[in-house]
Ligand binder design. Structure first.
Ligand SMILES: [Ca+2]
Length: 275
């Protein structure tokens, strides 16, 4: 970014850290008839460069600032010490201090735009940074919630999240993997689809130390032809307890649907690895 152009009018860059110096007169004398500047906080020495720019900006525009509470809230966020990077300034475009936001659907299918952390409560569903409510149908099923909208998976690691999925029907045939504690029990499930790259034995596993007690089912060619399932596996390195895994001899060009659920209906985030 061009840091030279990031200073307020009438000021000039003082250093490469992004702070700015006035070329006209001290900032304290530059706001005629303005209320006294806000006293500096205790932690000024550790403020990021963005905050240094903020103090000058604030002194010059304190009266105006009082009229714009949302600006002040944003500056307070800066004071908590989120460093935006070397050479940044508060009036950069895009704002280096901005928190990424996206569409957040409430359980009643109303939508508002907020950051992911604030959205992640009360059954809300976050549609990703940069998503907009205008483009989001809160009443529509999430991608991968049903086999018909399965998410494309490839060789290697594929992230999935069943937290906001709904249970699909019918339930898997548990007899195919009896004794492995599939225990589907109305589990919220996510669907991924994989097109076989070769005719050979592939391993499908949910091994992921940060994941949950998954259950997994494999369908060949369509959403109903079940060919493998597993509740609990063991022996993998770095896996969570009770992850799921199976090997299957796939046919090149054939489409396989991987249905991911949880033991006795639990849900969460995980990783499907195909190799
Ligand atoms: Ca399991």
């Amino acid at each position: 970014m061009n840091w030279k152009n990031s200073c307020p009018s009438g000021s000039s860059p003082a250093s490469r850290t992004g702070s700015c110096a006035s070329s006209r007169r001290p900032a304290s004398a530059q706001a005629p008839a303005a209320p006294a500047p806000i006293a500096p906080t205790k932690n000024t020495t550790s403020l990021p460069s963005c905050a240094g720019t903020w103090r000058l900006w604030h002194n010059e525009r304190s009266t105006e600032n009082r009229k714009h509470r949302h600006h002040r809230r944003r500056r307070r966020r800066v004071r908590r010490g989120v460093f935006a990077g070397e050479g940044t300034a508060c009036d950069d475009d895009p704002d280096p201090c901005a928190v990424p936001m996206g569409a957040c659907c409430r359980p009643d299918n109303t939508c508002y735009e907020i950051d992911a952390t604030s959205c992640a409560q009360g059954g809300n569903v976050y549609y990703g940074d940069g998503s907009y409510c205008a483009d989001t149908d809160c009443g529509a099923a999430l991608p991968g919630d049903e086999c018909s909208s399965a998410i494309v998976a490839t060789l290697g690691a594929n992230a999935f999240d069943t937290s906001n999925m709904t249970p699909s029907t019918p339930e898997p045939d548990e007899a195919m993997c009896a004794g492995t504690f599939l225990d589907w029990m109305g589990s919220p499930d996510a669907w991924l689809m994989f097109t076989a790259d070769s005719s050979s034995t592939h391993t499908f596993t949910t091994c992921d130390g940060a994941s949950y007690d998954t259950s997994m089912v494999l369908y060949e060619g369509d959403c109903n032809t079940q060919v493998a399932c597993n509740g609990d596996s063991s022996g993998g390195s770095g896996c969570q307890a009770y992850y799921s895994a199976f090997n299957y001899n796939v046919t090149v060009g054939e489409v396989y649907y991987i249905r991911l659920g949880g033991w006795q209906g639990i849900s969460g985030t995980g990783t499907l690895t195909i190799e």
